[in-house]
Ligand binder design. Structure first.
Ligand code: HEC
Ligand code: HEC
Length: 232
């Protein structure tokens, strides 16, 4: 009797989850549960204040940025991407001599988790955002093999690792971790972003570095190899 009711409850819970997504639809999930922190349409206000005050990264071009499978999985089991939060300057605890600033992780709150059906619906809705904005050129990534210098470009020659870690905390913390960039991001997006971050946000603190196309292709090729699938 007891085990039967457990099965029954599990069934109910399963149905309940599927129901929310079906009744609400992905666009409604985004509107109701996500829009308080994330811009789902291009903000009219592109000021520095807006960047400073926003509670989460912009999602209005999610459809040209993320891989759908990554979205669906991450929304069910979110992990930290920006070790200093969405605005790292707010989480910095300065040390007396400024040489050993640390991040106040107490200021970071865990991300909302979605069930399976809601994640799938939200991922579908997110993949519809941004295609019409002309931010990313289809086919911009051409180079399949990054070559032996690519890692060096990232870590030493072009200074990317002063803001980004490529693997498990080894690198700067003011930009998103790129240790699973290959699973998370579309290659054409990476090319567009590395070329001109300010096209995505006029006040974002990643510099436009004026790299040659060959370097951008190599860097993107390198980032594509970074995936969290196998144990590190
Ligand atoms: C309370 C604010 C808040 C709410 C509500 C919220 N998020 Fe987030 N979201 C964040 C923050 C902060 C981050 C950055 C996390 C990180 O980088 O470690 C984030 C990151 C993300 C990312 C990764 C973005 C990127 O550029 O790396 C996605 C996708 C996302 N959220 C989707 C959603 C969806 C879908 C919902 C609604 C079901 C939602 N979020 C609700 C604050 C929020
Ligand atoms: C001064 C710090 C800084 C440097 C140097 C820097 N970045 Fe960034 N980068 C950022 C910030 C900040 C973002 C966007 C953060 C956000 O969306 O919240 C970003 C975003 C990105 C993204 C998009 C990832 C995402 O999740 O939105 C890629 C790809 C990227 N950087 C690659 C590079 C590469 C390659 C280099 C070196 C050529 C580099 N960055 C140098 C700070 C930096």
């Amino acid at each position: 009797m007891r085990s039967l009711s457990v099965v029954f409850l599990a069934l109910l819970a399963g149905l309940g989850m599927a129901d929310t997504a079906m009744a609400a639809g992905g666009a409604d999930v985004l509107q109701q549960q996500c829009s308080s922190c994330h811009a789902l349409t291009k903000p009219a206000d592109a000021s520095l204040d807006r960047l400073w005050e926003r509670k989460g990264p912009d999602l209005y071009y999610a459809g040209v940025k993320f891989n759908r499978e990554w979205l669906e999985a991450w929304l069910q089991n979110p992990t930290t991407i920006r070790p200093g939060g969405v605005m790292y300057a707010k989480a910095i605890k300065a040390s007396a001599d400024k040489t050993a600033d640390t991040i106040d992780t107490g200021k970071l709150t865990p991300h909302v988790k979605l069930g399976k059906a809601d994640s799938a619906a939200a991922a579908d809705a997110l993949m519809k955002l941004g295609a019409d904005l002309n931010l990313v050129q289809k086919g911009a990534f051409k180079n399949g093999s990054p070559g032996p210098m690519a890692k060096m470009l990232f870590s030493k020659l072009r200074g990317c690792s002063s803001c980004h870690s490529a693997k498990g905390g080894d690198g700067g913390r003011s930009g998103p971790e790129l240790g699973d960039a290959g699973s998370r991001l579309q290659p054409d997006f990476m090319v567009a972003y590395i070329n001109n971050p300010q096209k995505f946000d006029p006040h974002i603190w990643m510099p436009t570095l004026g790299l040659t196309d060959a370097d951008v292709q190599k860097l993107t090729g390198y980032l594509l190899t970074l995936k969290h699938t196998e144990a590190q």
